[in-house]
Design a protein. Structure first.
Length: 253
């Protein structure tokens, strides 16, 4: 049997006795491309943080590659939704990207030539290599998002988590990003939280709708039942300007 990238069994989580997630079960195969959908406050970001090991479940089990998330941090890449930082802090784009290599740094706490090469490659992939010497605080929101994506990619992750990765970038970069993720998905498992279904529909392989409980579909398709259970109200999806409930495969003509 192939190794699972994610295995969640009977997961429960609460904030101050308020249940955010209940009875969550989910298995994600290696090299899957999973979209996590749901209304605001449904527990999507909390679920990501549990998979990353940032939070611990009140009940249940969660494993990445057959181990606890905290023990495989060097195999994980993460792009959070909101990154708060001091814009006056003098850190360059290149040094920010290098931080993605911290899980690979040895005891000497010095970056190797390989670490620097990986940071170079990651910045080039997101179109930010020419800005490598600029201070992070001087960039636009979209440019900073590109750098944070590069930082995650610099880790050479086997699984990449992205929480609303296109929230502050232009439409052109959204398409470029998902085209890149499609290529990356040949070897890397990708889990993304996003509301941009018109773009996602062309790239994902499976869907999970979250609203305290999780409803999973092992295909790039959302059924009416899944949406009704997750959103508790009728929902129509819009893709390429046409309303429909199915995230269809888009084949080249």
């Amino acid at each position: 049997m192939d190794e699972l990238a994610v295995d969640i069994q009977d997961l429960w989580f609460s904030y101050q006795e308020h249940w955010v997630l209940q009875e969550v079960n989910l298995t994600v195969r290696k090299c899957d491309f999973l979209a996590i959908l749901g209304p605001n406050g449904s527990g999507k970001t909390t679920l990501l943080k549990l998979m990353l090991g940032i939070l611990k479940p009140v009940r249940g089990r969660i494993e990445l590659f057959g181990a606890e998330p905290q023990t495989v941090v060097d195999r994980i890449g993460y792009v959070p939704q909101d990154i708060h930082f001091n814009k006056g802090f003098p850190i360059s784009v290149f040094d920010t990207t290098l931080m993605g290599r911290l899980g690979h740094v040895k005891r000497a706490w010095r970056y190797s030539a390989q670490d620097r090469a990986r940071a170079h490659q990651a910045l080039a992939k997101v179109g930010m290599w020419e800005h490598r010497h600029r201070l992070l605080g001087t960039l636009s929101g979209g440019q900073r998002q590109r750098v944070f994506i590069a930082r995650a990619l610099a880790a050479d992750p086997e699984i990449l988590f992205l929480d609303e990765p296109t929230a502050s970038v232009d439409r052109e970069f959204q398409t470029e990003l998902y085209e890149f993720l499609r290529e990356l998905n040949k070897t890397v498992t990708i889990i993304v939280v996003s509301h941009d279904l018109s773009v996602l529909s062309s790239y994902i392989k499976s869907v999970a709708c979250v609203n305290q409980k999780l409803f999973y579909h092992d295909a790039a398709e959302i059924t009416a039942e899944m949406l009704d259970m997750a959103y508790h109200c009728p929902v129509e999806l819009v893709a390429h300007g046409l309303p429909h409930r199915v995230l269809r495969d888009h084949e080249d003509p």
